[in-house]
Design a protein around this ligand. Structure first.
Ligand code: F0G
Length: 359
């Protein structure tokens, strides 16, 4: 019997940084790359969805947290800290628990989804709600890590990027080569940085043989009210319903621009309405439930299709970064904002059949 062993063990030969570190894992990674027939038909390309919501804590953060917490354990750390829009905190809290460390979390007050908040609390993290946005939280977390005995596990920690690059290897493994285009949401810009590193390393022959013959164009999408890279300047008061990517001054800004430019790609923005439309489309036509921030990749793909920018027959991967159950309230609202409420019936087959549309 064989089960997936987590990204550190599965990709040990491509993660030299982790040599000699204890492996702290919840068997993350190995997520499905799902062919999306309806989306493919709509945009005239071969579209696949990398469903990162199926990681142990429900987001892609687990790939980088197994490596960051393992490196922290190697260094003898007893405590870790992070700033978060929610998913990093859920992941850090779970992996710190697994490692027997304490975890401190700084989140923007009132701006993180309930599922993520409950995860961090369930895993015993000390959660502080900061009167400020994510960027303020990250500044604060960096100061604390400089002055106190606590390890910072945000994506400015190089081990995070190393772990997250493994998603590219899995995609190449599933497709047999790199895709032509890769779409993903951009917030603090760690993930686009990590994917690009993974794709570049996979295309090189070095200590390991090349895994792919090419690298994809990286298409990153920010939320319109939180689109500093698109606008070219930091946003002091970022706003979007996609709280995961409500970030005004991304830590990996330069690296994201490099991924964009070196890959011949782009970073653009999508509106909250486009994000919610894509969120509904994915759940109602592909059977894939994601949180709104994750749907930015799909919204971007659809926008590029409307602009006539999708090369016909291209192989495209869209990463959807977090599970729909993280922030489920959006599924209960229609496009016009009205509540989607199930009908109430008595115990009666005729009325049930009528409501079910069977007659
Ligand atoms: N999608 C989701 C669901 C996220 O939680 C994040 C980031 C992103 C996309 C953007 O990824 O920051 O690497 O560009 N969430 C961080 C957090 C900021 O604290 O959970 P990025």
């Amino acid at each position: 019997a064989h089960q997936w062993r987590g990204v550190i063990r599965e990709y040990a030969d491509r993660l030299p940084m982790l040599d000699g570190a204890p492996v702290i894992t919840l068997c993350e990674g190995g997520t499905p790359l799902i062919p999306a027939e309806r989306l493919s038909e709509r945009v005239g390309a071969s579209v696949h969805v990398k469903y990162e919501g199926l990681n142990p804590t429900g987001s892609f953060k687990d790939r980088g947290m197994t490596t960051a917490i393992s490196m922290a354990a190697k260094a003898g750390a007893k405590a870790v800290i992070c700033a978060s829009t929610g998913n990093t905190s859920a992941s850090a809290a779970a992996y710190a628990t697994k490692a027997g460390m304490t975890c401190g979390v700084l989140v923007p007050a009132g701006k993180i989804a309930m599922g993520k908040l409950s995860q961090a609390i369930a895993h015993g993290a000390t959660l502080l709600q900061v009167d400020g946005n994510f960027d303020d939280c990250l500044t604060l977390a960096r100061k604390l890590a400089e002055s106190y005995p606590v390890e910072l596990v945000n994506s400015v920690n190089p081990a995070r990027i190393e772990g997250q690059k493994t998603a590219s290897f899995e995609i190449i493994d599933a497709l047999g080569d790199a895709p032509d285009i890769h779409c993903l949401p951009v917030g603090n810009a760690g993930n686009i940085t990590a994917y690009w590193r993974g794709y570049r390393e996979a295309a090189q022959t070095g200590e390991q043989p090349a895994l792919s013959t090419k690298t994809p164009r990286m298409w990153g999408f920010q939320a319109e009210g939180a689109a500093p890279i698109v606008k070219g300047f930091p946003i002091d008061h970022p706003e979007t319903i996609a709280t995961a990517i409500r970030i005004g001054n991304p830590a990996s800004w330069r690296q994201a621009e490099q991924a964009r430019d070196d890959s011949g790609g782009l970073i653009d923005s999508v509106t909250d309405d486009q994000i919610l439309d894509a969120h509904r489309l994915l759940s109602s036509t592909e059977g894939i439930f994601v949180e709104p921030g994750s749907a930015a990749s799909i919204a971007g793909l659809l926008m590029m299709h409307e602009r006539g920018e999708i090369p016909s027959g291209a192989t495209i991967v869209c990463t959807v970064t977090g599970h729909g159950l993280k922030d489920p309230d959006w599924a209960l609202k229609a496009a016009d904002g009205s509540a989607l409420e199930p009908a109430k019936i008595s115990v009666d087959a005729v009325s049930a059949a009528r409501e079910l549309g069977l007659v």
